[in-house]
Write a protein that binds this ligand. Structure first.
Ligand SMILES: Nc1ncnc2c1ncn2[C@@H]1O[C@H](COP(=O)(O)OP(=O)(O)OP(=O)(O)O)[C@@H](O)[C@H]1O
Ligand code: SF4
Ligand SMILES: [Mg+2]
Length: 335
């Protein structure tokens, strides 16, 4: 964690809908999957913003759109004050260096037929200005060392490494072009718990060393806590609460955040009994046809008539954080 600087990424009202197509040639659009449906946040230089929510709430779609791997439906995202979605030519090339992604599954995201040296050095083929040909092997060895791998293993293949080591390879590759922002899309979810901590520590060390800013995506609030300066909680394509680590973990105001927190394992056994468990009823509704008003209302124990009629705005309600609940109220869930 670090002192937050100026915003490096500013996302305003970002929307990504996918058409639902039917028919023999999928020619008829019958609806839209509202995967990301009006998301706004800032990422400050040197900061980690945790993004948390259940499966299908739009986290990876958000990451893909910010990486310009998918076009947005609407909204803006600025990197260092310039609109990402309008970038072309050399400006877009620079963006592609400056924002990198680390994916969840190091097994499928690394090409099994390439050596580690080629995998980590591949970005230099596209951006030779970062490392001229003669310097690449040296640079790859340095990167292996930076992520805690043996530089002598430069000619090995991905299957010769463990899961945690493979994720280190993925991180080295993401670092190759000296990025400023790394979007981590569940980088430790596929790893054993003991290995998760090591990879999280590595990401924390790299952040300090290189002044990186992270958008750190996870299912679970416990994973992002130690690394995050602020946390955004997503539900069905929307941010429902966003605040500092302290605000979100010690005095959450949105019922969904409170429910997610109540599912976080409590490390201290003497405190386990004091934790209030909030069990959410029912499944997450379809993003094709989300509930009217507050999208969380079909699972919310506090829902009133107004919740079906009026969509709660994400705004400061009580405490310092932004919360999208008509009845936002601070509540300490975990002792
Ligand atoms: N290319 C696509 N075409 C159609 N629908 C899509 C596409 N990509 C994602 N979706 C849908 O958008 C919604 C959000 O998916 P997304 O993968 O962003 O969720 P997620 O929060 O990353 O979930 P998980 O935690 O399981 O990774 C889901 O309903 C998903 O089925
Ligand atoms: S607005 Fe209503 S339904 Fe939505 S979280 Fe608040 S109380 Fe629950
Ligand atoms: Mg995902």
């Amino acid at each position: 964690m670090s002192e937050a600087g100026e915003p490096i990424l500013e996302v305003v009202d970002l929307v990504k809908h996918f058409p639902v197509r039917v028919g023999v040639l999928f020619k008829h659009t019958v609806g839209q999957v509202r995967a990301v449906d009006g998301v706004s946040f800032d990422l400050r230089r040197g900061e980690t913003l945790g993004v948390v929510g259940e499966s299908g709430c739009g986290k990876s779609t958000l990451a893909q759109v910010l990486m310009r791997l998918e076009p947005p439906t609407s909204g803006t995202a600025k990197f260092q004050g310039r609109d990402i979605f309008r970038m072309r030519g050399s400006e877009l090339r620079k963006l592609r260096r400056s924002i990198q992604i680390v994916l969840q599954d190091p097994y499928t995201s690394l090409n099994p037929r390439m050596t580690v040296g080629d995998i980590i050095g591949e970005p230099f083929e596209i951006h030779p200005e970062v490392a001229p040909k003669g310097e690449r092997a040296t640079r790859v060895r340095e990167l292996l060392e930076v992520v805690g791998l043996n530089p002598e293993h430069i000619n090995r293949y991905p299957h010769q490494f463990s899961g945690g080591q493979r994720q280190r390879i993925g991180i080295a590759r993401a670092l190759a072009l000296k990025p400023e922002v790394i979007i981590c899309d569940e980088p430790v979810s596929a790893l054993d718990v003991s290995i998760q901590a090591q990879v999280m520590n590595l990401l924390g060390d790299l952040q300090n060393e290189f002044g990186l800013s992270y958008v750190f995506i996870a299912h679970d609030l416990s994973v992002v806590r130690h690394l995050s300066d602020r946390v955004a909680v997503m539900y069905l394509g929307k941010v429902v609460e966003i605040g500092t680590e302290e605000e979100i973990y010690t005095r959450p105001t949105h019922p969904y955040t409170q429910a997610l927190l109540s599912a976080v394992p409590v490390a201290d056994p003497t405190l386990r009994g004091q934790r209030q468990v909030i069990r959410l009823e029912g499944d997450v509704p379809s993003p094709v046809d989300p509930p009217s008003g507050c999208r969380f209302r079909t699972r919310c124990w506090k829902a009133q008539d107004i919740c079906a009629e009026e969509e709660p705005e994400l705004t400061v309600r009580t405490g310092g954080q932004l919360s999208a609940c008509h009845f936002a109220q601070e509540k300490s869930v975990v002792p």
